[in-house]
Design a protein around this ligand. Structure first.
Ligand code: ZN
Length: 49
């Protein structure tokens, strides 16, 4: 069973708090950078405070 492995990956995602693109909606994640997050699909950029 790979349930444990999947759960660990899911937990890591929650800790990193990856966000969906507000323009593309759920299913499209924002790529995380040092000072900003960008959407590879529409180019949306969100700067971190
Ligand atoms: Zn987008």
């Amino acid at each position: 069973m790979r349930t444990h492995e999947y759960y660990a990956m899911d937990g890591d995602t929650i800790k990193r708090t990856r966000q969906f693109c507000p323009k593309c909606g759920s299913g499209v994640y924002l790529a995380e950078h040092a000072d900003r997050m960008t959407c590879g699909r529409c180019g949306y950029t969100k700067y971190k405070k």
